[in-house]
Ligand binder design. Structure first.
Ligand SMILES: *Cc1c(COP(=O)(O)O)cnc(C)c1O
Length: 432
């Protein structure tokens, strides 16, 4: 494959866009490469501007659970566009969307639409603070909640010291209100609660992680967090921007059997258009303006085009029989094939998968259950595997620390071809 047009396009883009991209992960920086410029996509495939076609496991980083350009979604957007793109006034689509979310995610009694996952988590945290009258938030190492100042914080040198900004531009004042615990390590959370009695407004967590690669929580860990929040009158926020409508109709919370107070949503809920949402207990949501005192607003929130793409997507997920079991079967097939490849070619690595989310970790560890485990992975090897996969027609997320997504549009043939291509990629790596 040749990527000449993408290489030229990237050079051109860098003259006018910082780093040539509008979101850093797109740059392929962590695999030491150059991004591909995409011209179109359909079903399970994306095509770059050089005309190369790839089986896509990025799915726009999660939203495209139906595959690209699903005809119903395209038609819905076109139909709505003809009536007007935005009014800044209520529409029936918004109520329909809210009612469907409530039906699919039982813990949500009331829901507010926003325009991105970042906006959802930012607003949910403000609401939790307004509701509790407290300042501190606990988050977990390796979890990602968008690019709000409050979440771009890492743990200080000791787990009990104040947080420190992990990007320039975040103030020390903001950083001191964010505490960081360890995923799958309940004592690290208990410790923070004990040291900060009656000060913790919220715990926010990816109930199943995708942003450090796929990790599922141990039962005692996630149930223990629920209990700690109950005992301390702290708001538990499940950030289901990635897992919502992905792992089941009701997201990760339905699978885990743990009910958060607030849930943040994004990605799939917009069907490929920019949407986020947050919702949960009525008592908390009623604190939001105009009903309550906590302010949050948006010129384009509940945008008709975005609502119609999202609604069409969610309705298909809700109404298609066996949707999630069919999706799971496809992903299981992929997992099995990739696992066999690793074994046959004697690679040290493992696959974490839950439903249609998976990560192939190159690691000598027996399991990957924590951020510390993730950090032991061979990112250099992943970078090479990534490039060879690309050359074999497989488009993976350009980082070891990401989830891959299978869509309902992936055929058995796609999976078969992926497993074959992955075998060739690994074999080439072996021979290097
Ligand atoms: C993607 C993601 C976000 C951020 O959403 P944006 O739409 O990119 O702002 C927040 N939380 C989680 C868990 C995500 O996966």
């Amino acid at each position: 494959m040749t990527y000449n047009k993408s290489i030229a396009a990237f050079a051109e883009a860098q003259k006018s866009i910082p780093g040539g991209v509008n979101s850093p992960v797109r740059s392929f920086k962590s695999v030491g490469g150059q991004p591909l410029f995409i011209s179109k996509a359909s079903g399970s495939k994306v095509t770059d501007i050089d005309g190369n076609e790839f089986i896509d496991y990025v799915g726009s980083w999660g939203p495209m659970i139906l595959g690209h350009t699903h005809p119903d979604v395209v038609a819905a957007i076109q139909k709505t566009a003809a009536f007007g793109a935005s009014f800044g006034a209520p529409t029936l689509l918004e109520t329909e969307m809210a009612e469907l979310i409530k039906e699919m995610v039982p813990s949500i009694e009331s829901v507010r639409m926003v325009n991105s996952g970042t906006e959802a988590t930012m607003s949910a945290l403000r609401l939790a603070r307004g509701y509790t009258g407290r300042d501190l938030v606990i988050k977990f190492e390796g979890c990602y909640h968008g690019h709000n100042d409050s979440f771009l914080i890492e743990a200080g040198s000791g787990a009990l010291t104040f947080g420190i900004p992990n990007t320039p531009g975040v103030t020390k004042g903001t950083a001191k209100d964010t505490l960081t615990a360890k995923f799958n390590d309940l004592p690290s959370v208990i410790q923070l609660f004990e040291k900060n009695k009656d000060q913790i407004a919220a715990v926010i967590i990816e109930p199943v992680t995708g942003n450090m690669g796929v990790i599922t929580p141990e039962k005692e860990f996630i149930e223990g967090i629920r209990k700690l929040c109950d005992d301390n009158k702290t708001v538990l926020i499940f950030d289901e921007v990635m897992t919502g409508f992905r792992l089941s109709k009701g997201g990760a919370q339905t699978i885990l059997g743990v009910t958060p107070d607030l849930t943040t949503l994004g990605k799939i809920i917009g069907g490929g258009l920019p949407v986020g949402a947050y919702g949960g207990k009525l008592e908390i949501m009623n604190e939001l303006a105009p009903k309550g005192p906590v302010y949050q607003a948006g010129t384009l929130s509940g945008n008709p085009l975005a609502m119609s793409a999202g609604l069409t997507t969610l309705k298909l997920l809700n109404e298609t029989e066996n949707f999630y079991s069919d999706l799971d079967a496809k992903a299981a097939l992929l997992e099995e094939g990739l696992q066999n490849n690793l074994k046959e070619l004697n690679f040290k690595g493992l696959i974490n998968r839950i439903g249609s989310m998976f990560t192939l970790f190159f690691t000598e560890e027996e399991s990957v259950n924590s951020f510390a485990d993730v950090c032991k992975c061979d990112t250099n090897l992943f970078g090479q595997y990534f490039k060879m996969s690309l050359d074999s027609g497989i488009y993976l997320a350009p980082s070891q620390f990401e989830a891959g997504f299978v869509s309902i549009a992936h055929s058995e043939k796609d999976i078969e071809n992926t497993v074959k291509a992955s075998y060739m990629a690994l074999k080439q790596l072996k021979n290097k």
